[in-house]
Write a protein that binds this ligand. Structure first.
Ligand code: PLP
Length: 369
């Protein structure tokens, strides 16, 4: 007996995936909008990167360098890394997807954490594998919970350090303990999308651990501190065996030429990044204190965003705050899908935007900071 299938059917599991929903961008009817929902920098990109992007516009008929050599060399020079251990991607999202594509299949498992970045789960399921969720503690990755979630089916462990949307981080000693407890065939993926912003002595993005192990990779992005989200530039620092495997399946021209040129100029302009981080550090502190002063709880953040928790009181919940802020043109990120039904994530903005949110939330809470 044969079943007649009358339409194309995706592989099993694909239709179980909930598609990624980006933060909202619009506030209907409001003239001036401050988008603080996607962790973009308020300071734009380095003028040198913009110049390089414009110059690349005069040769759009030429295929890009499939090895993104200029970009990999610039990253290698700035971070002191061998270019053979650097792989660039169309956003770090592409690299996270490629890791799943190459290392996971049906029957495999990958460990993610309770409030982890949703892209991991989507890509794990896209590869036909099973995401296994490890609980976090105080909105912070819990190494013991991750180790307890590892089975002989585990192939990948994903952690964002610092985390999104939590803004918290795990010290390098804990990352080392996690790595020491993992079987040698399990890849530890350290997603360090916000590493540029962290100012803590006990934090490391993962460079040393990658250099001294065969099963650790670190991913980075130009979408946040570098202000190049529109161009989609990510990179991975990894052992050559892992890069070799991923190079076999990635698109041969996955990085476009303007992105390669702009990215290389951006990473060489570290003075620009220092200024961006300085602005962020200042406002992270000011915003945290201002929100606490009006009776809101803020998860301590080392990133360019804050997780703001609202009272469990009618009229004062996150959903209501979200509507109130949006009506004034301040767009924050609802984080229900990340396990925080009564919180909003706010990206650090310009001084004007930050002051506006402080004032608007003060009004919402009936208190002034
Ligand atoms: C923003 C972000 C990224 C970056 O993604 P791109 O594809 O490089 O824009 C990766 N991981 C986390 C946790 C993020 O928040």
């Amino acid at each position: 007996m044969s079943i007649v299938v009358t339409e194309p059917v995706p592989r099993p599991g694909i239709l179980d995936i909930a598609a990624y929903v980006p933060g909202k961008e619009h506030a209907p009817g409001v003239a001036r909008v401050f988008k603080l929902s996607a962790n973009e920098t308020p300071l734009g990109a380095s003028p040198k990167a913009i110049e390089a992007f414009k110059a690349a516009a005069s040769h759009l008929e030429i295929y890009p360098d499939g090895l993104a050599t200029e970009l990999r060399e610039a990253i290698g020079a700035v971070h002191g890394l061998n270019t053979a251990n650097i792989l660039c991607g169309n956003g770090s999202d592409e690299l996270l997807g490629l890791l799943c594509h190459v290392y996971l299949g049906v029957g495999d498992e990958a460990v993610i954490t309770e409030h982890g970045f949703l892209v991991y789960k989507i890509q794990i399921m896209g590869a036909g594998a099973k995401p296994v969720v490890a609980k976090e503690k105080d909105a912070t990755v819990d190494v013991d919970a991750i180790l307890a979630a590892v089975t002989e089916k585990t192939k990948l462990v994903f952690i964002a350090n610092p985390g999104n949307p939590t803004g918290t981080y795990v010290p390098v000693s804990e990352i080392r303990r996690l790595h020491a407890g993992l079987p040698k065939n399990v890849i530890l993926v350290l997603d360090a999308a916000y590493a540029e912003y962290v100012r803590r002595n006990d934090y490391e993005a993962g460079l040393e651990l990658v250099a001294t192990s065969r099963n650790v990779v670190m991913t980075r992005t130009f979408s946040k501190a570098y202000g190049l989200a529109a161009l989609r530039i990510g990179w991975m620092y990894a052992p050559t065996a892992i890069i070799d495997a991923m190079n076999r399946v990635r698109g041969p021209f996955n990085m476009n030429a303007p992105a390669i040129a702009a990215g290389a100029s951006a990473v060489r302009d570290q003075a620009f990044i220092e200024k961006a981080v300085e602005h962020n550090t200042l406002w992270l502190d000011k915003l945290t204190h201002a929100f606490e002063a009006i009776g809101l709880r803020v998860t301590p953040s080392v990133t360019n965003f804050l997780l703001i928790h609202f009272p469990d009181v009618d009229g004062k919940r996150a959903e209501e705050a979200d509507a109130f802020l949006t009506s004034r043109g301040y767009i924050l990120r609802a984080v229900k899908g990340y396990g925080f039904p009564n919180a909003l994530r706010m990206t650090v903005g310009t001084e004007e935007a930050n002051r506006g949110v402080i004032e608007t939330l003060g009004e919402f809470m009936g208190r002034t900071a």
